[in-house]
Structures are given as structure tokens and as C-alpha cells.
Ligand binder design. Sequence first.
Ligand SMILES: *Cc1c(COP(=O)(O)O)cnc(C)c1O
Length: 424
Amino acid sequence: MKENYKPDTLCVQAGYSPKSGEARIPPIVQSTTFFYGKTQDMADLFDLKSDGYFYSRLANPTVAAFEEKVTALEGGVCGIACSSGMSATALAVMTVAGAGDNILSSAAVYGGTYNLFSTTLPKLGIECRFFDPDAPKEEIEKLIDERTKLIFTETVANPSIVVLDFEKIASISRKYGVLFAVDNTLATPILCNPFKWGANLIVHSSSKYLDGHAAALGGVIVDGGNFDFKGNKRYLSFNVPDESYHGLVYSELPVAFGTKCRAQMIRDFGAIMSPQNAFLSYIGCDTLALRMERHSSNAAKVAAYLEKHPKIEWINHPSLAGNKYHELAAKYMPCGQGGMMSFGIKGSVSKCATFMESLKLITQETHVADVRSCVLHPASTTHRQLSEEDLKAAGVPHNLVRLSVGIENAEDIIADLEQALGKV
Ligand SMILES: *Cc1c(COP(=O)(O)O)cnc(C)c1O
């Protein structure tokens, strides 16, 4: 959308505009392939000389509508919807890094991302150097060498709720000419705009707030179009012809990263979003702004309640004045801090189980960030592969309970917590 609409307007209006007489919302184009009458028309598509669809592994109209909505919301230049958040992260990294290269990553990242970076990417020869996101700039930049291709972070880390100091990472990224990537899943473009704060690349698990209903798995990569690959020696593969794509030199294109990602990664790995999931995610996004408002206000009320509860050892939500990340959140997420929080229950780990099993409204789920409130005990589920040391590095103590506050009435959520804590 060219107009300077506000985010809540973009949620509803961006992405798909029908022509006269067409469906008002994006049709689900459930077709692998597309018809062309002329050979030259298809040849132009293959040469990237014209826009259009030819095979749904590369692009599809329903998927494109969702990509455009998220791109408009983030203020980027190109979006690529993937089959999951994990594939979005994996493909984003592999677009720039290959065997012999390394990336830097905050140690406080989603458990699946941690596994990808610590176990799977090293098998492909891509080394990951983890850093403490709260460490001083000098300590983080020491990890950079000439083969460093990307710095990976999360706006609000899942599940440790560490809020990113964008300006610190952006200054390192600018100083060394290294791409700055942010997983903006838990903040969403409604609460935080990473491109405004110097990020170059955003990834999302759209399975969370973007879809919002726990209906569709998905991920999105958004290219900020604000990184100059041209002549940057760190990114040779952007500056030499891609023989697998008609000798294209990506750094010379208006959209360098996004084009390379789609032309190589989506083409070769095929992890594109399905049209059905793109449709669900698209209509989910219509209400994103409203939902984020409610998630944030509910969570602030719940956090204020839990903070005073005698059975709670500690609580982490950036809305609380005493929270370590309160100031960073006020700066980078001024309109609300989202629905994710974590807290520790006093006593042994078994108290966490008693508490969670006593909940009636709030359910135990391996999911977060949808309309329904839910809890999880990461140390025994999502993070159970991690050693005690790794758990500490990831900011996940054994008694940590992750609570994703939904959009139910806040009084009902608090009443459920109250009765379950009573059983502990
Ligand atoms: C869930 C999640 C992912 C992974 O996304 P999937 O869609 O489950 O593959 C990545 N990052 C964050 C912050 C998440 O919460």
C-alpha cells in the first residue's frame, strides 16, 4: 500500500485489492500450476523479467496476499511466506551463509531455533556463536570475523522474555557491515517495528499472533531493503553472477536478499506456505492490532496480580516497573508489551505440575500467542533436550512456567490462576 496508513488500518486493508467483481477477500488458489497460452510469457517469468505465477512451490496468489500484508505491516520491501517459522529462520540464514561461514545468535532464542543453530546448521558447516543479549557491545563484537554473515536476535525472547536492545545490535551491524536479523514473532509489527531500529531482516513464526487462532502453521521472512550488499566483501555470493539463475547478480537488484531467498532457497528447499494456511493467516491478521491491544492489557493486569502473590518467587513481564527490561520495552514497544510472561513458583519443580494441572480455563499446550490463554513448563517440554548449563544460558530456570495470556476476560484468567495457586 502506497498510502501512509496506520498499522491497524494496514491489518485490515493491506495485501489484497480485488478488481471490480472479484472476491472481496483473497480466494484460496488451490492450484499447483498456472496456465499460459504463449511460450514467451512463460519464458519471461522464468527469467524474472515479468511478475506472475507458474508453480506454487515458488509463488502463489493467496500466499502473495499474505506476504504483502505482513510486508506492509513491517514496512519492508519483500516478504516470503514459509511452511513454518522454523523454515523461515533456516532459509533466511542459508540465503547468506554456507559451509565455512558463521553467524552470531543471541543465546536467548526460541528452543527450536537454538537446536537449529547449535546442532543442525553446524552439520552443514555453518557455525553459530551464541552471545548473551545483555552483554556489552564490546563483548558481542569480539565474536565477529570476516566469515560472519548474520546476527540473529529475538525482539522478545521466547520463553525468557528478554527484550532486545536494538540500538546496541544495530551499531555493531553498521560498524562491521553484517546483516541484523530479528525474530519479531512475539512482538508483532503492532508492538515493535524492528526496521525502524536498524534491523535488516525480520522473521516470523506466523503460527503465533499473526494467525492468532492456532489454526495454521507458517513463517514469514521480510526483507527491509535497507542493507547494501553491493561491493560488501562479506557477501560475495550477492556480488557474483548466480549461474543457476541466468547469471543474476543479486546486489544489483532493487530487492537483493528477498530475490535471492526466493530464487534459491524457496526453489531448492520448497518450504513455501500452503495457500490454505496463507488464507487462514491472512484473515487472522485482519484483527491483529485489536488482539495485540487486548493481549497486552490482559497480561499487564495478570502480571500485576502475580507479582503480589506469595507463592510466586519471581515474575517476568516488561509491563512491571521493576522488570529488568521495563525501560527497553518502554522504548521499543511503547504501546504494549504483549501477552507472554514467565514466572517461577516457589518450592520444588513438582509444584509447577500441581499448579498447571489445577488450571481449568487456562490449558497446557505446546503453543503460545493465540487467542486462548495457555501455559507450558519448558524445562520438561520444549527445552528438555537442553543440559542444565544450556538451560541457564537460554534463560530458562527449572521452575519457569510460561504463560501466554489470551484475549478472554482478564478477571476470569486471574480467577483461574488464583484457584490453581490455592492448590499448590
Ligand atoms: C514458535 C516460534 C518459532 C518457530 O515457529 P514454528 O512456526 O513453530 O516453526 C520461532 N520463533 C519464535 C519466537 C517462536 O515462538
